[in-house]
Design a protein around this ligand. Sequence first.
Ligand code: M6R
Length: 597
Amino acid sequence: MCGIAGYVGHRNAAEVLIDCLKRLEYRGYDSVGIGVIGKKLSVFKDVGEIKDVREKLPEMHGNIGIGHTRWATHGKVSRENAHPHLSCDGKIALVHNGIIENFKTLKEELENKGHKFLSETDSEVIVHLIEEEYDGKIEEAVISAIKKIKGSYAIVVISQNEPEKIIAARKGSPLIIGVGDNENFVASDIPAFLKYTNRVIYLNDGEVCVIENNNVKVADDGGKEVLKEEKMVDWDIEDAEKSGYQHFMLKEIHEQPSTIYNALMGRVSEIEPDINLEDLESNIDEITIVACGTSFYAGMVGKYIIEKLASIPVFVELSSEYQYFGRKSGTVIAVTQSGETADTIGAIKEAKKYGCNTIAITNVAGSSITRMVDLSISTRCGPEIGVAATKTFTSQIAILFLIALKLGIKNSHLSNEELQRYVSSLRRLPLYLENVLEKEDEIIEIAKKLKDRKSIFFIGRGANYPLALEGALKLKEVSYIHAEGFAAGELKHGPFALLDEDTPVIAIVAKDSVHDKMLSNIGEIKARNAMVIAIADESDEEIDKYADYVIRFPSLPEFVSSIPIAVILQLLAYHVANLRGCSIDKPRNLAKSVTVE
Ligand code: M6R
């Protein structure tokens, strides 16, 4: 996720763009760049946050320009990889948010035609494609270029030869136009330009737009004009940064259809029977996962998936324990959203001392852990602002899933048919997640039944056991209600002593080999008069006879359902906390990244 912006009007474009980008910094902040057309097109870009780059910014005169704040996906954090990217003749500049799946093939074709690339990014191919197609009309060149790219994009383009217009186009990544008086804006999100105007035009996928200071013309990807309605936004700046959501946590929960899409994009294909996961080696025969908190639970889910699909033993250890007591052999995978957690960094240091192969699954390119490990795999979620991890948890599971598929297919534990079955349901996950998010009102009704309880249990079996642990962690950290997760079979070994009619139990029930066992565990709970809320497969016809309330998740192959279940648990925790009026984005005593041991 990156932030992009464009401005054309009567003000100094560089100043407006820096201002807009500041409001988009939540979308990415590893490098910044702007391009302005004055007498000619000039670009300034550098690594760092906007406040740092701004200090180095030279005088840039001109009333039209584009800007970008980056969250690295393809290519390391470096000045070359920062946007805008330029055509070979330096006359066309482009900023991009999204992922181009076929960039390697396009890059090869363009290099054969003589184009010189300066960055490692997928984005740079688009500006060279536009240059290749350019025949005097920049909008036509953009339309021809986007026909050749596969993947997701929001792009904003300017050309020195046509210094009065900006071209913007989107597919799968957001882009909104801000309509002003004798000036117009375009950006990834409304807060970017809200200080200047609250009149907006929402672009749809496939649309291309020509923006001039007093005219906005939108066309479909065939070039046919589309009439768009201007809308008024009545948010204040603070609301707008959350895109109208009350809290970042809720916004981040709702981003999951697109973050899961990003995590999978370019890495799975329904045609090729392989998984393309950076340079992951396939000769791995033993894995230890090290992580803390929510990332630890993602690691536990990963253990079930990797052991089943690739038949490779996986040990999951808390980073704080691993450093001192863990087994230091084979491949060690650190799962860490921030890449800065001191315990996990300590664990990787130890693993390296013993010569282990080290991998990090992280959301922050350039974080400390990425500089220590042999291979780093990005979850590509964009910044997570809420202290409670949500979108990064589901993307960590998605990446561990891809590792399992990659290793399983390489060691022939998994057939091509099984691989394709998993790949096609993973690819449909964003759609299923949209459906799950539509259940929010139903989940709020359940949250009302939980909000005044003193203690709540979560239970599950198999990969749903770590989800029960995560459901309990999420609830306790944002709502301050005591919550505990258990493997369902364990209640009778002690925790039953705590169970009474005031302790609701959230039971995660899949239609799997332990379905009957889960039903009998629920029976045991009901016998103690506790309320049971089941999170169950939509095809489960028996569950209504056992549970007091049921929230359904889509029927999906084993393990794929972990992701929609996690989203239901997150919504439940969020709404319980919200009904209790808690400080959701900054729970007491907690920090987003724990950099002390
Ligand atoms: O950045 P990390 O993933 O390494 O952080 C690990 C934990 O501190 C983190 O997952 C924490 O448990 C979550 N914020 C809980 O929602």
